[in-house]
Design a protein around this ligand. Structure first.
Ligand code: GRF
Length: 202
């Protein structure tokens, strides 16, 4: 599989950093071809620049529709020969335009054990529900929000004295391990999608 990654962000980019660090450490054989942010103030842009990675600020506000924005994203990603797109805190719903441009080649990380607590503020949702275990999920992106085939999941205990912030911090540590692992697995090509199920073939 093509090992050029395109990483889409909206914010601080700590998961982006985890992928950059794994590549630098030699535990992930990949190359970040471009980091694209839909917000000019996304902290992750500085992380990418510091690592010598090409960055692009592409504001969704400059486009008339979600589809038009996604066409532009697909164009920029293809122009860098991206083989795998990683959403890393990218706060935009994708239209079929982008999903169909990269079939089974877009990953997302979500800070809960999907299908529980999809959508925004998942850590707070889980904490408020009083679950005793939560975690992180990396999944392939399809047209349903936070519902594509699950690639990897890891659990995190919810402690008695947790706040949403302390739980989020514990989940984030796990996210930083899980995302590079999921990218490695995808790039290995040793998997297939069987209905809704992501299955390893080796
Ligand atoms: C993470 O919690 C991720 O699971 C969610 O958005 C957050 C992004 O954090 N999708 P960061 O920008 O990677 O630090």
């Amino acid at each position: 599989m093509n090992r050029n990654l395109g990483i889409l962000i909206s914010g601080r980019g700590s998961n982006l950093q985890a992928i950059i660090d794994a590549i630098a450490a030699g535990t992930l054989d990949a190359r970040v071809a471009i980091v694209i942010a839909n917000r000019a103030d996304a902290g992750g842009l500085d992380r990418a620049r510091a690592a010598g990675i090409e960055t692009l600020f592409l504001s969704h506000r400059a486009f008339a529709s979600r589809e038009a924005y996604d066409h532009a994203l697909a164009h920029e990603l293809r122009a860098r020969d991206v083989g795998l797109v990683c959403l890393a805190g990218f706060m935009r719903l994708l239209s079929p335009v982008l999903i169909e441009a990269f079939p089974n080649a877009i990953l997302n990380i979500h800070p809960a054990l999907l299908p529980a607590f999809p959508g925004l503020d998942a850590q707070h949702q889980a904490w408020a529900h009083g679950v005793k275990v939560s975690g992180a999920t990396v999944h392939l992106v399809d047209c349903d929000l936070d519902a594509g085939p699950i690639v990897l999941q890891r659990t995190v205990p919810v402690l008695e004295d947790d706040t949403p912030d302390s739980l989020s911090a514990r989940i984030l540590e796990v996210e930083h391990q899980l995302y590079p692992e999921a990218v490695r697995l995808l790039l290995s090509g040793q998997w297939r999608v069987d209905g809704r199920r992501f299955r390893r073939t080796a």
